[in-house]
Structure formats: C-alpha cells, structure tokens
Design a protein around this ligand. Sequence first.
Ligand code: GLC
Length: 419
Amino acid sequence: MLKSLMGALVATTVLGAAPAFADELSIVAGSIGKDIEELRGQLDAFEKASGHTVKIVTMPASTTDQFGQYRLWLSAGNKDVDVYRTDVIWAPQLATNFVDLTEAMKDVVGQHSASVIASQTVDGKLVAMPLYADAPALYYRKDLLEKYGKTVPATWAELTATAQEIQDKERAGGNAQMNGFVFQGAAYEGLTCDALEWIVSDGGGQIVSPEGEITVNNAKAAAALDRARGWIGTIAPAGVTGYMEEETRGVWQTGNAVFMRNWPYAFPLGNGDDSPIKGKFDAAPLPAGDGGTSAACLGGWNVAVSEYSEHKPAAIELVKFLTSAEAQKQRALGTARLPTIASVYDDPEIQEKQPLVAKWKTVFENATPRPSAPTKAKYNEVSQQFWTAVNRTLSGQGDGATNLDALEKQLRRLKRSGW
Ligand code: GLC
C-alpha cells in the first residue's frame, strides 16, 4: 500500500482505490507564508492516492503559541488531532505523547540527515519524521547595494555601517520608509534563534553547552547583545522588538528594508509576481561576528503521530507520504523549504528552479542547534528565559552583561532539579 502511495505521488497518477477503511484524519499545522496552501496540495494528493481524507487545523504563526496549545491538547489526551506538525526543538518535551515511528520508518529513515533524525529520537524512540529543515539567510537588496557601490556585508560591523549609510541616503532622497535591517526581535522562540546566531558568531557559545553547562553569561555574548541593542531605532525600526517572521517579511517585501534575516521560505515569496522587490534581491549566509564565523540556527519542522489518535495506521501512512523524497522535492520547489534528504539537493529541477535551496545544503549541514537536546524537557523554559533577557536588552531595559548575569541565575535555579 505505502509503496503504491509513493508511486502515486511520483507519477502523480490517481490510484482511486479506496482502502478497506477510509479514515478521516486531522493534521494540525502553523501558518507561515504559503505553508498551509502547500500542505493542502500534498494532502489532496494523499487523499486521492489513499482514499483517506485529511482536514487541516490551522494554528497561529508563532511556534511558541503552537507549542502552548499542543501541550494543552496532548496533556488532555485530545483524540481529535492525529498528526502534529512539530518544531525541531520539541521532541524531548513531547516525546511521551507521540507514537514511536522506528519500526514504521525503518526502510526510509536512513535517507534523512542523521543529525535531524537524532534530534527527533528520544531514548531510542523516533518521535517525529522530518518535513523540512530550516537555516536562515541574510537577504539583501542587490539594486541598493549596486546604487551605493557596496558589497554584501561579511561581518556584522559591515552590515551595520552599510545598512546605516543606505538607509540614511535613501531617506534623504525621499524614501522615508526605508530601514537598514529587519529581523525577529519579538519575545518568542524566533528571537532565541536570532540571538543564538549573534552570540555564536562572536564565539560566545550556545547558551547551554552540549554537555549541559550554562555558558551564556560571558563577555562575548554580552557584547553580541549590546551590538544588537545598538541597531534598535538606528538601522532597525523600534517596532522590530515585536516582529516575528511574517512582520519582518512584510517590511522587506514591500521594499522597505536593505537587509533582512529570515528563513528560506521568504525567497520565492519575494520573487512572486505581486512582489515589489521581485528580481531585486539575493541571499547570502549571515555575517560573521568578532569570532570570525557565520552562524545559522538550525530550524525545521517534522510530523508526529499522536498517541491518542484513533487512526494510527492511516496517520503513519500520511507521515510517510509527507516526508518522502518526492514530497520534500515538491515542497522545496514550491516553497524553498530545505529537504532533509541529501539526494533531493542534487535534483536538476531543484538546481534550476530553486537555486537558494541548492546553495543552502551546506548552510543547513553546518547549522548550530539550539540547546534542546541537553536541556531536554526544560528547553522551553530555558529558551523563554533567554529570549526574555534578549528582548529586555533590545528594549533598553538593562545592558547585555546585566541581563545575562540575571539569566544565568535563573537558569541555575531551573537546572537545580536537573535538566
Ligand atoms: C522557523 C524554524 C523553527 C523555529 C522558528 C522560530 O519556523 O523552522 O525551528 O523554531 O522558525 O520562529
């Protein structure tokens, strides 16, 4: 059955054969860019091939809000949701609520990135299968860099100077809405990603080391946060402390930013027929910090089957379908979501139609994970305390050193009962 499903997607033919029992499944997923539209397309293919039906329960865009809702549903043993679309950081926290996929995926699991599979494996249990990986880019306006004779910034210092100069000159020329740089500064998980990048690129560590040591309270990390604080109200709008991915993209895609930090999904959207910046931008790895390296936070989304589902076999079929090489290829072609199956990057169609995806394989492979593995079930609280300290710094409520000192004490309290 599953083999024929895969074949059906590959050949995009309709099997038409209804299974003995047609299940009504539901999948819950957050909405960013065209993710829901893209998911619906794949679910339609699954429905045709399998005879099952699948409904989408749409969540808010913020991964933090989704996590809160999922935790409530799962702790209540909710039977209405069969498949959860899960963030890469959640596996250790939600593991007990999901079905072990080890046996069902044994023939395909080896195709995927070993480190992503490891991140979804908790005490030997394969909690979720990867839909796609995420690794951010520095988006830049080619036309504006050319107009002012600038190159793509290789360091944060260069980015700061170039953003300021172009913003000032554009504003002086009558373009009052222009901003130098936009990123995710709101108090939520996305800020943990952005700030981890600033700190790692300065050589300030990963908040909590892979061995579980709290390392965040150091001078390099503090300097990285102070540098970002310096962007607020200068090259970045004051409102950036409330921006998530889509607010960031909104400013960028209307043509009002020179630089943007965002995930690959923003690339095809920016080149859409309705986009004012179509053809005017490109993307590069994020700038390096004082540590001399560029750091990209490892993101990505997976699918997991609820332990409380009354349709587990069909839900597992769906997971297999959505995470197959062909589904990952279609997702990459449609929305530039990065495959976790290495061979998909070599596909000539990907190389031709989604060059960013082809270029981003090494950025993904070298991306820095958030400390969800060492902090296990406490990760969400660790991250929340971290993003709060960062957001306070960005908002001018204490400098980097003061806020990281307080953060270290909070994290020590949290660790007292063990990670
Ligand atoms: C992206 C990433 C995800 C991360 C989130 C933060 O969706 O894929 O891993 O947690 O952004 O906003």
